[in-house]
Design a protein around this ligand. Sequence first.
Ligand SMILES: *[C@@H]1O[C@H](CO)[C@@H](O)[C@H](O)[C@H]1NC(C)=O
Ligand SMILES: *[C@@H]1O[C@H](CO)[C@@H](O)[C@H](O)[C@H]1NC(C)=O
Ligand SMILES: *[C@@H]1O[C@H](CO)[C@@H](O)[C@H](O)[C@H]1NC(C)=O
Ligand SMILES: *[C@@H]1O[C@H](CO)[C@@H](O)[C@H](O)[C@H]1NC(C)=O
Ligand SMILES: *[C@@H]1O[C@H](CO)[C@@H](O)[C@H](O)[C@H]1NC(C)=O
Length: 671
Amino acid sequence: LLYRMISFILLLCRFFTIAICVTDQYVLDDKVGLGRVFDGIGGLSGGGATSRLLVNYAEPYRSQILDYLFKPNFGASLHILKVEIGGDAQTTDGTEPSHMHYENDENFFRGYEWWLMKEAKKRNPNITLIGLPWAFPGWVGHGKNWPYDYPDITATYVVSWIIGAKQYHDLDINYVGIWNERNFDSKYIKLLRYTLDKSGLESVRIIASDNLWEPISLFMLLDQELRRAVDVIGAHYPGTTTVLEALKTQKKLWSSEDYSTFNNEVGGGCWARILNQNYVNGLMTATISWNLVASYYGELPFGRDGLMTAQEPWSGSYVVESPIWISAHTTQFTQPGWTYLQTVGHLAHGGSYVALTNGKGDLTVVIETMVYTQRTHDHSVCVRPPLPAFNVTSQNTTFQLKGSFASLAQLQVWRSRFNFKTQKPTFFEKLSPLKLSDGSFTLNLGEDEVYTLTSLTSGLKGSFPDPPPSAPFPTTYKDDFNVANPPFTEAPDFADQTGVFEYHINLTDPGPHVFTLRQVVTQRPVTWATDADQTISVIGNYKWENLTVSCDVFMETVKTGGVFIAARVDKGGQSVRNAKGLFYWIFSDGSYKVTNDLAGQAVLAEGPSGTRAFGWHTLTLSIKGQYATGLLNGYPLWKNAVVLGPKNGWAAIGTKSFELAQFDNFAVKAE
Ligand SMILES: *[C@@H]1O[C@H](CO)[C@@H](O)[C@H](O)[C@H]1NC(C)=O
Ligand SMILES: *[C@@H]1O[C@H](CO)[C@@H](O)[C@H](O)[C@H]1NC(C)=O
Ligand SMILES: *[C@@H]1O[C@H](CO)[C@@H](O)[C@H](O)[C@H]1NC(C)=O
Ligand SMILES: *[C@@H]1O[C@H](CO)[C@@H](O)[C@H](O)[C@H]1NC(C)=O
Ligand SMILES: *[C@@H]1O[C@H](CO)[C@@H](O)[C@H](O)[C@H]1NC(C)=O
């Protein structure tokens, strides 16, 4: 009866301003029934190449960053790590290598996702691991830009990645997806289930379709076999809501990619709001941030859209941004397998609360009062989708604990205050415990605050001494790629934007080019973004204007091959096709070209060079102000090419097409 009365008063309070409403009442009770099982909060590495620069951090900084992300009771303490299954293609901020560049090829040591999963697992043995392809090597599609014409080949390819994870890295992949934000094919999904089962991977669960709630939900309702095959409906950027068809499937609902917002305080506010409201509004039991850590050149698309920033391996500088501590509010006081209470919801004057229990009497309540749109200021806007405006005002709330929690005598309190007005936020502060009287407590909530109230006494705001200060990419840089046992397959700081550039050893080389860097993708992949027709890897400082780039190059395609070195390259990621800059090419047909674009259309100079395949040549490119000059093997080949724009950009290497070619003794001297 009391519960009904409180609910009634609450209802009245929503519509009338009456004296009794100086404090709003909320009941937290497990005896009225429980909600859904919680599956965790996570981060996504990949989609694409978003952890590229992390691997090149020196210790102890690299381990510190990993601790902030994954160590339980320390920082974001993530429950889930989702990674891209590399497909040799551009997937937003770069390409990630496939474990099978060619049909008869298998190598489970490429890239950095294996390493990252192991580092995460080392810190949290219970972490949930997910793999999802964005793109596939060209042979999977038999030359077509489509992975479902040969669904058995695609399924076998994806399952081989899961088998390799176990065999070579002792990693158990818990979930696998279909094709990121692209069409699904019911036949393929069923075949994937069948192939997993046949391989003894019955425990690996399928997420579909990493796109919108529809049409996958509807297809599942109409197709029993599909419904059995899919364990989780994963939607991207759901804006905290779901649809009736998805609910009707009775499957787990996840926001399997979300956030994607610049990681300043507004980004932290977005993260706080969606972590709560994805459940309150949409019954989603997991939320995964794209991306895990902003470890890619900041001028690539969606710069700094990670839970923290680590984009300067050359200086060791990194920044623990607010989303790390906002994650901690939930992650440090819950675990996958806890259950939401049914008594969760919106606060009367804006904001939301969720409550979770481990079923053993422990209770964690997370409250957020993030303002979304209040006239002139947005405090929790996410980049997408657009949301209707709402107001949040300060409010007094009384929570009444019932059921298993009625006898709790005190709760630990953790608080974040964004303080947008003073711009002096405080994150994840531990306050004195709250004493409960008759199972009830009152909180005065201001705008833009996050509270955790929990019966758990664990929890820590982890810290390390300050990392080194931020510094630009060094102006003098050299790499001879002479690493006999490289820890990673890619050379430090090179960020592949089309194609894959890997360390290569040629033991039959009689001279100085035993160790080189080689472009290895020989067929256009089944792409996700619009990869260029050329391959390209960028490096350095985007602000570079005046510099000399040099590199030894080795073409492996007779007559039709070509390679380039470049400066002032202004675009990468999804826009790489439209990259401009100063590109110096030589071709195996004995000619050279200087172009203002990667596509090779805007020709500034051209002529004979005498260059050929299977011989080493040294290219040198100098650019100062509007003028550029090129040397071949130390002798002038062309000079005073006029470059009106772009004014600045990265240095780069690459090839004319998807072809094998090698690079050695790369060097930059910038002013
Ligand atoms: C992992 O899960 C087990 C079983 O739930 C639990 O006992 C253990 O404490 C967890 N370990 C960590 C590091 O969270
Ligand atoms: C928010 O409050 C302002 C000022 O009181 C008001 O003009 C506006 O309509 C409110 N917006 C919403 C969505 O309630
Ligand atoms: C909250 O309660 C305090 C007294 O404890 C009162 O001064 C204040 O006005 C109340 N705030 C709101 C928004 O009702
Ligand atoms: C290895 O080096 C030899 C000698 O320079 C060269 O002929 C051959 O093409 C190279 N092969 C590869 C795969 O690099
Ligand atoms: C690059 O060189 C040009 C021509 O000398 C000069 O005007 C410009 O200031 C230089 N830029 C930088 C960043 O040094």
